[in-house]
Write a protein that binds this ligand. Structure first.
Ligand SMILES: NC(=O)c1ccc[n+]([C@@H]2O[C@H](COP(=O)([O-])OP(=O)(O)OC[C@H]3O[C@@H](n4cnc5c(N)ncnc54)[C@H](O)[C@@H]3O)[C@@H](O)[C@H]2O)c1
Length: 233
């Protein structure tokens, strides 16, 4: 990994840009897989589903401006973004709650390919402790502290029922975990310095349902307007 200068590490990138960097990284990886060496900001913006002015502004925070007439070097830009996100290094991750969702997450090969190594699967239910999921044995939740210390775990994933999420988060924080990905439908409180990202598929579905409902209303309104116009003629 390349050493970072103090000016580089001090630079603050807006949160909205940070949220788009993984999207650019995924789009660039797809281009690289297709053996594409350079791309214009328009091509990359289309692949990432954003407008090109926003993409250029986002990449300017990384000091990446592309070359006029040539565009961006796909491999180098991938490296720059991966370095900025921190995925050029290996991140040990623990997953707590190895039920339906925990199994799916543990089996997801996309974590490893993006630099996240699942070092432990933890569950409070002793009946789960013999199980091996994706080559990793499920261990007692009480092993959290020892595992976090041994692997210097900074990132924890919560896949327990909502009622356990706060307790799991507290134990993670006490064990030195400073970033939490929470899948449980619960709001968890953490001290300053700990980041929490929440994933809630049902909220995403509800947002889509809202848009579907709006489209249906607009369609009905257009039909009424068309019928009224037909009646007038
Ligand atoms: N975010 C999403 O999009 C999404 C999607 C599906 C499920 N979920 C949520 O994910 C969570 C898990 O769902 P599931 O279907 O896998 O449930 P599940 O009941 O199959 O699994 C939950 C597991 O958590 C373990 N557990 C409970 N309390 C614990 C504790 N204090 N410490 C350690 N382990 C503990 C249980 O033993 C069990 O194995 C639920 O909160 C559910 O609502 C979220």
């Amino acid at each position: 990994m390349t050493a970072r200068s103090s000016s580089e590490t001090a630079r603050v990138i807006p949160e909205a840009t940070v949220a788009r960097l993984p999207v650019y990284l995924r789009a660039l990886t797809a281009l690289a897989d297709d053996h594409i060496r350079t791309c214009s900001s328009e091509d990359l913006a289309t692949a990432a589903g954003v407008n090109s002015a926003k993409l250029r502004k986002d990449l300017s925070y990384l000091g990446s401006y592309g070359t006029r007439g040539v565009g961006y070097d796909v491999d180098y830009l991938r490296y720059q973004i991966a370095r900025e996100i921190g995925v050029t290094q290996d991140w040990p991750v623990v997953i707590v709650g190895i039920g339906n969702l925990g199994h799916a997450l543990a089996n997801y090969s996309g974590f490893r390919s993006r630099g996240f190594r699942v070092v432990a699967l933890l569950d409070a239910d002793p009946e789960r402790h013999e199980e091996i999921v994706a080559g990793v044995q499920v261990r007692p939740f009480d092993d959290l502290e020892a595992i976090a210390r041994e692997h210097a775990v900074a990132i924890g994933v919560i896949a327990t029922p909502a009622g356990s999420a706060q307790d799991v988060a507290d134990r993670m924080v006490a064990a030195g975990v400073t970033s939490i990905l929470n899948f449980a439908p619960a709001v968890i409180s953490v001290p300053d310095g700990v980041d929490v990202r929440k994933v809630d598929l049902s909220i995403e579905l509800q947002i889509l349902a809202y848009h579907e409902q709006r489209k249906a209303h607009e369609h009905a309104r257009d039909e009424i307007a068309a019928a009224a116009a037909g009646g007038e003629s």
